[in-house]
Design a protein around this ligand. Structure first.
Ligand code: MN
Length: 355
């Protein structure tokens, strides 16, 4: 068989000699022979088809390892490999398109339309200072895709500023977040919230010691991301049963978990109010993150400790099970806390999942 010089082969294949040298270096198209003295490269005419295919696959953007595999296969198997490669590209592109659309909405603060055959939520929110406290340090947000409760602490308005800053950091998430990104988006928002509290303390050292809890739910399709830090709570009502789905980050809860105190001793414990984790201006505490499946008929309650420390668990459950309208349920829950003396601010969000 007559070999072709690299110049002849370049002309016949429509590729430059530079490209042929590159393909050789990359192991995509080794020459049929190389002169040991001159290092000139020679190609077989039977390599022309492979050379043209390599050039096409490069234009397609296929990675080198894929090109190496496909370009040496018989045509029917090469076609099948290529089809499989392209399916992967389209799936990845669809996921990236969703992520890009979300980021455009997130950064611009504008809702960007995406296909959404999701479940929707019917929600209501309420927050009361109560008769004892001078200020309301709780903050809440309720929107079509995001529900959040934050309970600030720090005194002299610092608690109010902490809870408000954290809600502000969460608010841009009330847009369509791709379901694969729910927990990333929540984690990112909590880190942003921590940074904004650090900035507040740097700007005004009198705010040192400020902090806040955060319990928030973020929806996408039928998936639900939950972020939680501190002693606000989330409950799920499903099939008539009430489940607490967050774990308090408190000293007493960990003593209870370790069996060192009993449930009856929790309320009267001297460290009953002390948090182990919160979003603060000083330390970066890790939030709990959970991914959950939402079902039509589910009901969620988010509340600050002003409800669950003050009202009896069975009374809260009774309202959640029997009061169908979310707005009325919020009113009734807040009334439970106020009727019990309302020693703390009380904030509730009730959300029903519907088709
Ligand atoms: Mn509170």
């Amino acid at each position: 068989m007559e070999l072709m010089t690299s110049g002849e082969f370049a002309r016949a294949s429509g590729l430059s000699r530079k490209a042929l040298r590159l393909y050789d270096e990359l192991g995509l198209l080794p020459p049929a022979s190389v002169d040991p003295d001159s290092a000139y490269r020679f190609y077989a005419p039977s390599q022309l088809e492979q050379a043209r295919l390599v050039a096409w696959l490069r234009r397609l953007g296929m990675p080198l390892t894929g090109i190496r595999a496909v370009s040496t296969l018989p045509p029917d198997r090469a076609a099948a490999e290529l089809a499989a490669y392209w399916d992967t590209v389209e799936a990845e592109t669809a996921a990236r398109r969703e992520l890009a659309t979300f980021l455009i909405g997130y950064l611009s603060g504008r809702e960007v339309a995406m296909s959404d055959n999701a479940l929707t939520i019917r929600y209501a929110v309420g927050s009361e200072k109560g008769p004892v406290r001078e200020d309301n340090e709780d903050a809440a947000y309720a929107g079509a895709r995001l529900l959040a409760v934050a309970d600030g602490m720090g005194g002299h308005s610092a608690g109010e500023r902490a809870s408000a800053a954290v809600i502000d950091a969460l608010r841009p998430l009330d847009t369509q977040v791709p379901d694969g990104e729910l927990l990333n988006a929540l984690d990112h928002a909590v880190r942003r919230a921590g940074s904004s509290l650090r900035d507040l303390v740097t700007g005004d050292p009198a705010l040192a010691g400020m902090g806040t809890t955060l319990t928030a739910l973020l929806w996408s399709g039928s998936q639900l991301g939950l972020v939680h830090i501190g002693d606000s709570r989330a409950y799920l009502v499903r099939d008539g049963k009430v489940f607490q789905i967050t774990h308090d980050h408190t000293v007493v809860q960990s003593l209870l978990d370790e069996g060192k105190i009993t449930a009856a001793e929790v309320a009267s414990h001297p460290q009953a109010m002390m948090l182990l984790r919160a979003i603060t201006g000083e330390d970066q505490h890790e939030p709990d993150l959970q991914l959950r499946e939402a079902r039509p008929g589910d009901r969620y309650l988010l509340c600050s400790d002003g409800l669950h420390r003050t009202a009896a668990a069975e009374d809260i459950a009774q309202v959640l099970r029997t009061v169908a309208d979310p707005g009325q349920a919020v009113t009734d829950l807040i009334a439970l806390a106020i009727d019990a003396g309302g020693p703390d601010n009380v904030t509730c969000i009730v959300a029903d999942v519907t088709e």
